[in-house]
Design a protein around this ligand. Structure first.
Ligand code: FAD
Length: 325
């Protein structure tokens, strides 16, 4: 017998994390479609920010051992709350922290986690991407016990949150220091960004199709011709070919330029969430089945090493700047 939906929200210094608001929107949508109640849980420093949404309860789970994240403390605290309120569905934002502990929590209930969900259809059917976005998988929960799902960034909108009023209910778990097996280090801090890709009206973004760093001047020339900033997918920045601040995607910058030209980028969901709000998307990719073409307004299924220099020349010619033209 379904009882309700519980969404687990994360906070940073008392502010609800943006991915958590998207997860709350997903949980509200799931609860509405099933005619269930929806509540939220928040670990660590209590905040009333979620009280302004349509939620039955906001459980603030506080304990000195929760003020700093550890997987052991989070699993134990959430296990106690879930045992108490027995939700049918437990929804998480798909953050690094959730990846660290949510599967262990699900295992406590003899369940698996359905991670990285990008859509929820009637049923409920949870949709995940497979094979770098080339396939979608539909997942249903069966059996008894709560169903644990995490929501991929950008799959639901915080702007779709249903406003309302929630009761704040304090929940104090029983935790002892002997149950915590790890000593957390200082949280990772991102270095200050000097480049704001989000304000660039045109972006030329390069992916692994460029093959090697020595080929980057090809796309830089195209960016220069268009008066664009150069951006990149994650493997390019991971390899150190371009600085991290040029990375677009779920672990990089979120951009919405007038024009996004994706060169040799497959269109993995983690990349798409960072650029799908672009006004016009042009993709150049030699694989006609690349997922980027599903989002692109214009697609060129061809070898970038032929197209990019020709395009650069054509743009320069149109501007009257082509070599000899
Ligand atoms: P690939 O997927 O290897 O695609 C290369 C593409 O180039 C292919 O489609 C191929 O057909 C095409 N190609 C090859 N040769 C040519 C040619 N000669 N001409 C034209 N096309 C060619 N990724 C991000 O981008 N941003 C993120 O913020 C991000 N965060 C992540 C966070 C997590 C937790 C995880 C797990 C992954 C993340 N990723 C992110 C990685 C993401 O899943 C993909 O692996 C990545 O986006 C793929 O980059 P790509 O498209 O450049 O490379």
């Amino acid at each position: 017998m379904p009882t309700g939906v519980l969404v687990i929200a994360e906070q940073r210094q008392g502010r609800i994390h943006s991915l958590s608001l998207e997860a709350v929107a997903a949980a509200q949508h799931l609860a509405e479609s099933l005619g269930l109640e929806c509540s939220a849980a928040l670990l660590g420093e209590p905040t009333s920010e979620l009280a302004a949404y349509r939620l039955t309860n906001v459980y603030t789970i506080d304990h000195p051992l929760l003020r700093t994240y550890t997987a052991d403390a989070y699993v134990l605290a959430l296990q106690q709350l879930i045992e108490k309120i027995a939700p049918s569905y437990v929804v998480f934002p798909h953050t690094y922290q959730v990846r660290d502990y949510a599967a262990a929590l699900a295992t406590r209930f003899h369940q698996v986690l359905i991670p990285d969900v990008i859509a929820i259809h009637a049923g409920p059917v949870f949709v995940r991407q497979l094979m770098q976005g080339k396939l979608s998988g539909d997942y249903r929960h069966s059996g008894s016990g709560p169903c644990f799902v995490s929501i991929q960034a950008g799959s639901f909108r915080a702007s779709d949150l249903i406003p309302g009023q929630a009761l704040i209910a304090a929940f104090t778990p029983a935790l002892s220091p002997s149950q915590i097996r790890t000593i957390p280090g200082a949280p990772f801090r991102e270095s200050a960004r000097t480049l704001d890709l989000a304000s660039a009206p045109i972006l030329v973004s390069v992916g692994r199709g460029i093959r090697e760093q020595a080929n980057l001047p090809l796309v830089q020339a195209l960016a220069d011709a268009l008066g664009a900033e150069l951006a990149a997918s994650r493997p390019i920045c991971d390899a150190g070919w371009l600085p991290m601040e040029r990375q677009v995607g779920s672990s990089g910058q979120t951009v919405s330029p007038r024009l996004y030209l994706a060169v040799g980028i497959s269109g993995a969901i983690q990349h798409l969430v960072g650029m799908k709000a672009s006004k016009t998307v042009i993709a150049i990719n030699k694989d006609p089945d690349a997922p980027i073409f599903e989002l692109a307004d214009y697609g060129v299924a061809a070898d970038l090493f032929e197209i990019v220099p020709a395009l650069t020349q054509a743009i320069l010619a149109a501007k009257g700047e082509a070599a000899g033209g």
